[in-house]
Design a protein around this ligand. Structure first.
Ligand code: ZN
Length: 385
């Protein structure tokens, strides 16, 4: 043990600061009680550390003394971690650039602001060099990251799109229907990132993208459009009795009726994301995605919305808040968030912050319910400019 101490022969080394290491089994009672230990491996006598000799002077038993030192060091470490938590927010990365929902440059900035205003996150944005849709919103909500981008008429693969996912606690996708595939290396890096415990957040049309990417479909649990059909996995929804149905019948994945305000029903209030939320609340005008389908492995449905036939829906209770476990990675998925006005919903904002924190850490600390949270009868929005 003693011979693992580096530079033990360095005459300039300050002996009192050397941490105390030796084989307990070889120590004599005198050594245990005294301040000097003979190290058989190095032939050096070493004095106890300052902490050992001064702070715990009254404690004669070296084992207890060592235990006390370790305890003090662990306390100091956890204190530093608390301080780090207060000073260093979680790192989040929004990825975007190609989405049939033209509001995406704005909705990216909305999510960035919501997350940063929570005080939990510092948010970066990684955008493809070739953008698709967004139009004048690209100038109204610029990135100012010094990258020269070109707006394309059609989705176009960006061979240089390779964010360093590993530098983030959580990644939020604002890619959407039609997004061109990422380079294969980037796909592999992202799979590795999530598999090893990275958080991933999927919003609305992000579950339309990359229909041919098998592991991506496992991460999001359910998806729509993008070529998804019975080969992608079952339709998953809740029936009138609240039982989960996995329907393998053939057909395309993904559709929606007309946009409207609709009620969110919490189905699992035990989860950190939904714990304490009102059981029913009215979501602001949005597309109510239905007929989503996919592998749905290790997936929990925390909330649903009734897709009313009167609005062109399925008559089923469609998943609205989901979590997926992908190896060590946590995924939070909500098909809410079609437009800027949909994301202005205080319910959406609250669930986004909770879901993103949970995906990043497995926990939710922002548990307070905002005073302007929607009720069962009244939607509630905060205007974003
Ligand atoms: Zn939409």
């Amino acid at each position: 043990m003693g011979d693992r101490v580096p530079n033990i022969h360095d005459p300039n080394r300050s002996l009192p600061t050397i941490q105390y290491e030796f084989e307990w089994s070889q120590a004599t009672p005198e050594q245990l009680a005294g301040g000097v230990v003979w190290n058989a491996a190095t032939g050096y006598q070493r004095r106890r550390s300052w902490i050992s000799s001064k702070l715990f002077r009254g404690v004669q038993d070296m084992r207890i003394r060592t235990l006390l030192i370790v305890t003090v060091m662990l306390c100091a470490l956890s204190f530093l971690q608390v301080v780090r938590g207060a000073d260093s927010p979680l790192k989040a990365l929004i990825i975007d650039g190609q989405n049939n929902h033209g509001a995406w440059p704005k909705t990216t900035m909305m999510m960035k602001k919501y997350l940063e205003d929570s005080g939990l996150f510092q948010v970066d944005i990684a955008r493809t060099r070739f953008t698709w849709q967004g139009d004048d919103l690209l100038e109204k909500y610029p990135l100012n990251d010094g990258v020269d981008r070109s707006a394309e008429k059609q989705p176009r693969p960006d061979p240089d799109f390779a964010p360093d996912f590993s530098g983030y606690n959580v990644v939020i996708s604002n890619f959407g229907f039609g997004a061109a595939p990422w380079p294969e290396n980037t796909q592999v890096a992202f799979e590795k990132y999530v598999r090893e415990g990275g958080g991933f957040v999927v919003i609305h049309a992000a579950d339309n993208s990359f229909g041919d990417w098998k592991e991506f479909n496992r991460m999001i649990g359910l998806g729509g459009w993008g070529g998804r059909n019975e080969k992608s996995g079952p339709y998953v929804y809740l029936d009138a009795d609240g039982k989960t149905v996995r329907d393998t019948s053939p057909g395309n994945g993904g559709s929606h009726g007309s946009q409207h305000e609709f009620e969110i029903v919490i189905r699992n209030a035990e989860h950190p994301i939904t714990s304490g939320l009102p059981r029913n609340w009215l979501h602001s005008k949005d597309e109510l995605y239905d007929r989503l389908r996919g592998p749905g492995e290790d997936m929990q449905i925390l909330a649903t919305a009734f897709s009313s036939p009167s609005q062109g829906g399925t008559g089923r209770h469609e998943p609205m808040i989901m979590t997926v476990q992908y190896d060590k990675g946590r995924i939070f998925h909500t098909p809410m968030g079609h437009a800027d006005y949909s994301m202005e919903c205080v319910g959406f904002i609250t669930v986004l912050i909770r879901g993103t924190e949970w995906a990043a850490t497995g926990n939710v600390t922002r548990t307070e319910i905002p005073a302007d949270f929607p009720t069962a009868n009244a939607a509630s929005s905060r205007k974003f400019d």
